[in-house]
Design a protein. Structure first.
Length: 608
């Protein structure tokens, strides 16, 4: 099988699975789940074969033509696409297998697996796209998939509202992305990633700053960066495997991947804006995570924060550092979400961490796997997160001390809220009846945890990656001697301060120590979390709705009334006058004829 045929198989296998499930397997959930898992396995196997086999190619064909404008579709498989495709394939397969246990009793299991398959199709389309038009098509399909899966339990009003919120907020960012694509085509004459990489994106200085910033709007929405981060915490209303696949490891990382794809269009002014958006997002989300009680929302804000790290790394000029952290984060955050799913199932869908506790003895495998994930994201030395996050901190130290300071503070908060979560959930005594009867799940729930824990442990050692990924990972900047020593010292201090403070400060008695001992701080952080939603609610109710009422009035009175009905009225009056002249009586026409002759004579004689 040629590399092109393999890429086609990777793209079309999940589409075929979604079609088969939707058309024929709606009432056969066991077979639907088997078909979807098999398609995910094909995607993973094909992705790894493309990546490890060293197949690198670009091929496209014309899809639509309108005069001189044509739209092409095709594949671009380089080291960047190979790495991202491998992440999507491996994590996607783990989530599919985990779903076999997690969704076992769900009455709409077939619909769920159909949604997972259409997401895998959409996500692989983004990764393989060789131009921005094709990427945008699959970008919107991913948005639809997210909407579909967040609202899987659509009988719950909160799930339906969260799905709509995610869809609408992402459309705001996607509008900017579409404008950027149009402007890129208008100024450069192409949106082909290969052509832009050959220098076509460098000629139009007037738009050099605007194009990357407009394209970045798509990443702001998809990767939940300020100020469009509000949809991701609410998206936790969907099933937990969906949170792991879409809202931790793959879809939300698509924004970072897109930025790496358009790196050839980047200019220093736009990169600086992007770096600061990512940096402030990382800090904001970390502060919000400190007060969360819902186990999945802690991880959701953590995801937003880590995505901020990746965006900051890209803005600081390193595609390698951004993709390296994207890869390690996919492993340990998928592990954490699936670990939380294992806990939620065992606790009869209890998600309040302060009603858990004592799960270490009852769920030892989940405990140790989750511990690896917590240690990785907190930056424990020699685990994956330590290497990838330190690469970003070293990059910031060498290029922007202010960004470095903010990201280092964010790292302290990360260790703090993750150890808070770990201690409250797993240590102490059970604080609710469901927790007392919790036990480990079956092999479909535990086997993905084992694999992801192993990847989270060793994923930071770039020497273990196949040489096929060197084109990306070799771009991870090597810190200078001074920077390395400073960052290493900072990382250890960050870990000790953040983790130590959490372990010492929080108890396991079912109460939030921060709320009890520092209510003003707790209140500030809670209001900080709600501030964006309140601002958007105010804007919609007080600004947008009132503006819509004014425009509606102008439309009814001005356009529909004065213009449309006014012109219609004038035409009607003119028609009535014209009709009155046509009586059908010969005598009337004679009088009109004689009157016309008299008027013409008067003009000719100079009387008129």
């Amino acid at each position: 099988m040629t590399p092109l045929h393999t890429a086609l198989l990777v793209l079309l296998a999940p589409l075929g699975s979604a079609a088969l499930i939707t058309l024929f397997l709606g009432r056969r959930p066991a077979l639907a789940s088997a078909v979807s898992v098999a398609a995910a396995a094909l995607v993973a196997a094909g992705a790894l074969w493309l990546a490890l086999g060293g197949a690198r190619f670009a091929d496209s064909l014309e899809w639509l033509r309108f005069g001189s404008f044509s739209v092409r579709i095709g594949f671009k498989v380089d080291d960047l696409a190979a790495l991202m495709l491998s992440v999507v394939g491996v994590v996607g397969l783990c989530v599919h297998v985990f779903s076999l246990g997690y969704m076992r009793d769900d009455s709409a299991r077939s619909r769920y697996y159909g949604g997972l398959s259409i997401f895998m199709f959409s996500m692989t389309g983004i990764v393989l796209a060789d131009n921005l038009f094709m990427m945008f098509i699959f970008w919107e399909l991913v948005g639809f998939s997210s909407y579909f899966l967040i609202g899987h339990w659509n009988a719950k009003a909160s799930a339906a509202d969260a799905a709509k919120k995610a869809f609408i907020v992402n459309r705001v960012g996607d509008f900017g992305l579409l404008l950027g694509i149009i402007l890129c085509y208008w100024t450069n004459g192409t949106v082909s990633l290969s052509a832009l990489g050959e220098g076509h994106g460098l000629a139009h200085v007037a738009y050099s700053r605007l194009i990357p910033l407009l394209l970045f709007c798509g990443a702001v929405g998809k990767s939940a960066q300020l100020p469009l981060q509000v949809w991701l915490p609410d998206a936790m209303e969907g099933p937990t495997p969906v949170s792991a696949l879409i809202h931790a490891a793959t879809m939300v990382a698509a924004g970072v991947y897109m930025l790496c794809r358009i790196n050839v269009l980047m200019v220093p002014q736009a990169a600086e804006v992007i770096a600061w958006v990512g940096t402030l997002t990382a800090l904001y989300a970390a502060l919000c995570a400190v007060t969360q009680r819902d186990i999945k929302k802690v991880l959701a804000y953590s995801t937003i924060s880590q995505l901020g790290y990746m965006v900051a790394a890209f803005g600081l000029g390193s595609v390698g550092a951004a993709m390296f952290h994207l890869t390690t984060h996919a492993f340990f955050k998928a592990l954490l979400f699936l670990g939380s799913g294992s806990v939620i199932v065992a606790c009869h869908h209890e998600q309040d961490i302060f009603r858990m506790g004592g799960l270490k003895a009852r769920m030892p495998l989940t405990f140790w796997a989750f511990t690896v994930g917590v240690a990785a994201i907190a930056g424990v030395p020699f685990l994956s997160g330590f290497f990838s996050k330190d690469a970003i901190l070293a990059l910031a130290y060498d290029n922007n001390p202010a960004v470095f300071a903010v990201l280092a503070l964010t790292a302290v908060l990360t260790a703090f809220y993750m150890l808070r979560l770990w201690k409250i959930v797993f240590l102490g005594a059970p604080r609710s009846e469901p927790v007392e009867h919790a036990h480990e799940g079956g092999i479909s729930l535990t086997s993905p945890l084992v694999l992801l824990a192993a990847l989270s442990a060793v994923g930071g050692y770039r020497g273990l990656y196949p040489r096929a990924f060197d084109g990306v990972l070799s771009q991870v900047p090597e810190a200078s001697g001074t920077a390395f020593a400073a960052v290493l010292a900072t990382s250890v201090a960050v870990l000790v301060v953040g983790a130590g403070a959490a372990l010492a400060f929080y108890r396991t008695d079912g109460a939030d120590a921060l709320d009890q001992r520092f209510p003003a701080v707790f209140g500030f952080l809670t209001s900080l979390r709600a501030s964006f939603d309140l601002a958007y609610d105010y804007y919609v109710a007080k600004v947008q709705q009132r503006a819509a009422m004014v425009l509606n009035f102008l439309d009814l009175v001005g356009l529909a009334g004065a213009v449309v009905r006014g012109l219609a009225g004038v035409t009607e009056v003119a028609g009535f006058g014209a009709r009155s002249l046509h009586t059908g009586r010969l005598s009337n026409y004679v009088y009109w004829f004689l009157g016309g002759v008299v008027i013409l004579w008067a003009f000719a004689a100079g009387v008129l």
